[in-house]
Design a binder for this molecule. Structure first.
Ligand code: PEP
Ligand code: CO
Length: 456
């Protein structure tokens, strides 16, 4: 038996456990057919790539590397086109370069991409004008349009999702192999900024960054800066267990891997002890993550970690914490201490998005930039104070000039939210807001190093 390969686990052993966020397919035969067809199709990623990412996460756990995970809340099939994919990849690569300049560490890029098609929902039904229909559960399950036929879960969507994930990944791979000039370009992106309102500081930093990218390029000619810059990993929420199971494959050593993505995570709503989703994650060899919210108690988290990382392997388990700016200081320190006391190896990653959602008086879902920045700064400070390492950042963001999150130097007012809001589920940072967040890390890092000097 290899690492994390429990003898009592099978790709379908999750079926013995309670499944929350279950999808109700009317036609069980059509479901079985779609699963069988998926099972015959080739994997989307390789076990070697998955192991490489695990090694990078292990380095991030030691503070030698940093993970940037980001992308849409819900990826859509319609966005599977060259322009949209290339903008997403460019945003991730450019942000990671800025981040490496700030943190003085290599950055691993993990997109919420090429399969982020299934969504958990707090309300499983949606009611509009007295009509109640199943909520939109991601393109892998149903269509966002509010009609009975669109909202009825269709198993064939799993096959479409597999195809779109494959097309997306294929395009990302070809871009990274050949299109480095394109990737560095920031001009196009800066055109999207609201120049007049944008702070001087952000522009200066973008210019500096652009010069740096050009300088690297001059030194390296048409060659890539380094092989590591060409690495790009995929991740998605492992929510739809039928889909995940069908793409779970055994390698020559008998190890099971989820080969639909490099880095599957289980969301906060499905990460309870003894749940089907935790049971599924337990047996695959990928690096895996769970979302950690304010409800979880230290003992529960320790127990979950022991289930998911039985051999205490480095790089295996990431805890993506998402408390909200008002809760993080109350909750995070106790969790860090409990994990340390139990001697469990994890990567701590901050998701400053999901704990900061709010509804406007008009009922629009938004997040305020200041709350997001506050949670991230607090996360850096708390980890520094606790002598632990914050090794990753998880963002919902887009390269499109949307207005979904309020505030920032982009000055998105609540009244503007309906002007450029295209997210299918949660509000994302636009490119300017994402750059600003990274740019403002300076303040937190300075405080972080002061605290470190005082402590050690
Ligand atoms: C998400 O990442 O889109 C999500 C639903 O997160 P969480 O499980 O943390 O609420
Ligand atoms: Co989300």
């Amino acid at each position: 038996m290899g690492k994390n390969q429990a003898a009592d686990w099978q790709p379908d052993s999750w079926k013995q456990k309670p499944v929350s966020q279950q999808i109700n397919y009317g036609d069980q035969e059509a479901l079985a057919d779609a699963i069988e067809e998926l099972r015959q199709l080739p994997p989307l990623v390789s076990a070697i790539e998955v192991d490489n990412l695990k090694a990078q996460i292990a380095l991030a756990q030691e503070g030698k590397q940093f993970i940037l995970q980001g992308g849409d809340c819900a990826e859509s099939f319609a966005d599977c086109n060259a322009e949209s994919i290339s903008k997403k990849v460019r945003l991730m690569v450019n942000l990671s370069l800025l981040l490496s300049q700030k943190l003085k560490k290599p950055i691993s890029r993990i997109g919420r991409i090429a399969g982020q098609y299934a969504k958990p929902r707090s309300q499983l039904m949606e009611t509009i004008l007295n009509e109640s229909l199943p909520s939109y559960r991601g393109d892998l399950v149903n269509h966002i349009h509010f009609s009975e036929s669109a909202r009825t879960p269709d198993p064939k969507r799993m096959l479409q999702g597999y195809s779109y994930a494959s097309l997306t990944l294929n395009y990302i791979r070809s871009m990274l192999e050949s299109d480095l000039d394109q990737i560095y370009q920031l001009e196009q992106e800066t055109e999207n900024l609201r120049n007049l309102k944008q702070s001087k500081k952000l522009h200066q930093s973008l210019r500096q960054f652009q010069e740096m990218a050009q300088m690297f390029h001059t030194f390296n000619g048409s060659q890539p800066i380094s092989k590591s810059l060409m690495e790009f990993y995929t991740s998605h929420e492992a929510l739809h267990l039928h889909y995940e199971q069908a793409l779970t494959r055994q390698d020559n050593n008998g190890q099971w891997y989820n080969l639909s993505t490099h880095f599957p995570w289980v969301g906060m709503r499905t990460a309870s002890a003894n749940s089907a989703h935790i049971e599924y994650l337990r047996g695959i060899s990928n690096p895996v993550a769970i979302k950690v919210g304010p409800q979880i108690e230290p003992e529960q988290l320790v127990s979950l970690c022991k289930t998911l990382n039985t051999e205490n392997e480095s790089g295996r388990l990431t805890l993506i914490h998402r408390f909200g700016h008002q809760e993080i200081a109350k909750k995070l320190p106790a969790l860090i201490r409990a994990i340390r006391a139990a001697n469990i190896r994890v990567l701590w990653c901050c998701d400053p998005m999901h704990g900061n959602g709010r509804l406007t008086s008009q009922g629009i879902k938004t997040r305020d930039y200041a709350d997001i920045q506050s949670e991230l700064s607090q996360a850096m400070l708390i980890h520094a104070e606790e002598g632990s390492i914050l090794g990753g950042l998880h963002l919902e963001m887009t390269a499109e000039a949307v207005m979904e999150c309020t505030g920032s130097s982009y000055q998105v007012a609540e009244s503007e939210l309906n002007q450029a809001y295209t997210s299918l589920v949660d509000p994302r940072l636009n490119m300017s807001q994402a750059f600003e967040l990274i740019d403002n890390l300076d303040n937190s890092i300075q405080k972080d190093s002061v605290i470190r000097q005082l402590k050690y």
